[in-house]
Design a protein around this ligand. Structure first.
Ligand code: TGC
Ligand code: FAD
Length: 387
């Protein structure tokens, strides 16, 4: 029994899962933890170097089959996300967007040419991908997107529009861009050196500072017909990718929560006030106990959803339940830890405020907490309350 595993959930993992977890934990300890506060303070991420390192250990698109991907279980992928986000949500974001959004879209909906051109290079981290769904005026309601793709004279596609808040955008070699066409929403594989495509970094973020976030501008981007993703049409295309990335966040948030909880326990044991470690005060112990209860429940929920996904797949409302609960509780754990650390809690000397600030974005991206509440509400009542 350890402070981060009072319920001995560890015993529910198999050898492969433990091995994946150990590998990712080591990568995070060696490649992320020593540097992440500096990256966060500078608002810069060495995304290319990190992508190659993460590709080297097989983490990019690890849950996909073939084309250089490892084909692990969903649960193993979730555990990798947990360890990555214990380092920083931005590192898990890099991996989520690469594997669950850009690579997944190409694997699930792409042509054979798309798959062979991009997936092996993306699996090694040689090529980086991004996923453009959100726009400056269109977030929760992607059906209202304004980016348009039209066929010129029945030949090439021409794309015009702006995507906003795009993770990995300005370091990407390839963008999966969703656009409205005369036949509904379609996805396009856009090499980022295509004339008319530009990516502009978003500055002044107070959250996810160790992550690249960008605006994508598409001005008369001309693409061959073969650039369209042939395997899907309609909003179910991007939403299918989001299911994958949201699943990773169900686990990832638990990692951020664990890092905070362990920091709180450690600090409470050494910080002395009124001649006593603050961990000896009942109010501090109540905080630690409440955090541990929510952390343990979140971990069990993630593992349960992983098992169900591996067995039979997950319904959107089940993923929404996991994301809504685990991100909300992780954020609460980060905020409570910050109170235990007092003034020290606001600095980058400790990971806590960094996790709390990151989790504000995680609560919003991949569907806001309100969208997930409404998805659960729809499953319960049969009534759609979005519009
Ligand atoms: P609705 O009419 O309900 O559905 C349209 C079509 O899509 C199907 N569908 C789904 N398919 C797969 N998975 C899901 N989860 C699905 N939900 C719906 C549905 O069956 C239908 O198919 P068909 O064949 O009948 O056409 O759609 P709606 O317009 O009412 O919207 C529903 C809503 C609000 C749930 C959806 O739009 C939504 O999820 N909005 C939130 C948008 C969002 O999450 N954006 C995320 C952008 S990417 C991102 O944030 C990356 S951050 C990554 C990082 O850095 O880690
Ligand atoms: P809005 O949709 O404008 O929502 C504002 C508020 O209104 C929210 O509280 C929302 O829940 C609420 N609201 C909206 N509609 C309703 C309703 N019907 N009922 C009740 N409440 C409602 N997008 C990508 O496509 N690719 C990326 O890689 C990507 N990376 C991101 C990285 C970061 C750091 C961030 C912060 C965002 C990223 N996003 C990305 C965008 C993200 O998906 C959107 O921010 C998110 O979907 C919400 O959209 P919005 O910000 O426009 O908020």
């Amino acid at each position: 029994m350890t402070p981060d595993d009072l319920l001995e959930v560890d015993g529910l993992l198999d050898d492969e899962e433990r091995a994946v977890r150990a590998t990712v934990r080591q990568v995070v300890d060696e490649q992320v933890r020593p540097h992440v506060a500096g990256w966060y303070e500078a608002g810069e991420l060495p995304a290319r170097e990190l992508a190659r390192e993460l590709g080297r250990v097989g983490l990019l698109g690890m849950h996909l089959e073939g084309y250089g991907c490892a084909g692990t279980s969903a649960t193993a992928y979730g555990l990798a996300c947990l360890e990555l986000e214990a380092g920083d949500s931005g590192i898990r974001s890099l991996v989520s967007v690469q594997g669950s959004l850009a690579m997944y879209a190409i694997r699930a909906y792409g042509s054979e040419e798309h798959r062979t051109t991009w997936l092996p290079r993306m699996a090694t981290g040689e090529a980086i991908g991004c996923f453009g769904l959100t726009e400056p005026d269109v977030g929760s309601d992607p059906a209202g997107m304004r980016t348009r793709a039209r066929r010129e004279g029945g030949g090439d596609w021409v794309l015009d529009g702006t995507k906003m808040w795009i993770t990995n955008g300005s370091v990407a070699d390839v963008a999966v861009v969703w656009a409205q066409t005369d036949d509904g929403v379609r996805g396009f594989v856009v090499p980022t050196d295509t004339p008319g495509f530009t990516a502009n970094p978003v500055h002044h973020k107070m959250s996810l500072r160790a992550s690249v976030t960008s605006e994508l501008v598409l001005e008369g981007v001309r693409l061959p017909v073969s650039a369209e993703l042939p395997g899907v049409q309609g909003l179910k295309g991007p939403l299918g990718c989001l299911n994958e990335a949201r699943f990773g966040i169900v686990f990832g948030a638990v990692g951020a929560a664990r890092d905070c909880l362990l920091t709180a326990i450690d600090y409470a044991g050494s910080r002395v006030q009124f001649d006593r470690p603050i961990g000896g005060f009942q109010l501090t112990q109540a905080k630690l106990a409440d955090m541990t209860v929510e952390y343990a429940k979140a971990l069990l929920l993630a593992l349960h959803l992983g098992r169900v996904k591996d067995r039979q797949g997950l319904a959107p409302a089940q993923i929404s339940l996991g994301k809504l609960n685990n991100v909300r509780e992780a954020l609460e754990i980060a905020r409570t830890t910050r109170t235990i650390l007092g003034a020290n809690g606001i600095t980058l000397e400790y990971p806590v405020m960094r996790h709390a600030n990151n989790l504000e974005s995680v609560l919003t991206y991949e569907g806001t907490s309100e969208m997930h509440a409404l998805t659960i509400g729809q499953a319960l009542t049969g009534r759609q309350a979005f519009r």
